[in-house]
Design a protein around this ligand. Structure first.
Ligand code: PEP
Length: 253
């Protein structure tokens, strides 16, 4: 059965001490995470190793990288390889966040390489997709997201695709305070699942977690997560506030 996931994306925020306090405060309120749920913290690279001891031994709670490079190793100053992430025991990596696509020109083809590298190291890619505002206003969001999936994921076979978590994040809702309505989220998640079904069959599609991202907060998480095809959230701003993220974790269905 597919997992329900609350994933925090701290982006480029917090000092190590602040991050440590935030993580400890959240975990002190989350005694146990049931086996059909996962709680993931995508923290800045330098904090992955020092924060690991805090989540170690806690069931279904994991750290994640926010990105990885699309080559295995070499002369790429400032970059971090999937092998490095795997070598410190990580199990998750965010791939293709819209900020990476926009500010670092990451293409669907490059993201396909990143997904492949993650899977070879048994790291679950949290693959982000989602349309900008002009595409939504033109009513072309379904085709836009479908193309992102086709070009970055659909080379995978039916075993590999089930190891991917998809995060639908409409760009117009990220960090803007403008959440997609639960109906809009469900509509796109159902579309994504139907595209997955067409390619891989309904049983495979039913196993893939599809998270919603875009101004998820404690106050709207229950409503969003109660949609049948919304399997939790990828959360930016609200994941930096302990009480907000605790509420979001508790909203997992
Ligand atoms: C994100 O960065 O993935 C995100 C969804 O941000 P926010 O929750 O702040 O909109």
């Amino acid at each position: 059965m597919r997992k329900q996931i609350a994933a925090a994306n701290w982006k480029m925020n917090k000092s190590l001490e602040e991050g440590k306090s935030l993580l400890e405060e959240i975990l002190s309120s989350v005694e146990s995470v049931p086996s059909n749920h996962e709680v993931v913290f995508a923290v800045p690279y330098p904090y992955l190793y020092p924060l690991q001891s805090i989540v170690e031994g806690k069931n279904n709670i994991f750290l994640s990288a926010q990105n990885c490079h699309h080559k295995t190793a070499g002369a790429f100053t400032g970059e971090v390889a999937v092998d490095m992430i795997a070598s410190i025991g990580l199990k998750f990596c965010v791939v293709g966040h819209s900020e990476r696509r926009e500010y670092f020109a990451e293409s669907n083809a490059v993201l396909a390489d990143k997904v492949n590298l993650c899977l070879t190291k048994e790291i679950t890619p949290i693959f982000c997709c989602g349309e900008p505002l002009d595409i939504r206003e033109a009513g072309a969001q379904n085709q836009y997201v479908e193309q992102q999936l086709q070009e970055s994921l659909f080379h995978l076979d039916e075993v590999a695709i089930q190891k991917v978590v998809i995060a639908y994040e409409p760009i117009w809702a990220i960090g803007t305070g403008k959440t997609a309505s639960s109906a809009q989220a469900q509509e796109m998640h159902a579309h994504i699942r139907s595209v997955l079904s067409k390619k891989y069959g309904t049983e495979v599609a039913a196993e893939i977690s599809i998270l919603y991202g875009g101004s998820v907060k404690g106050a709207n998480a229950v409503e969003l997560f109660s949609q049948p095809d919304v399997d939790g959230g990828l959360v930016g701003g609200a994941s930096l506030v302990a009480q907000e993220f605790i509420q979001i974790i508790k909203a997992l269905q």
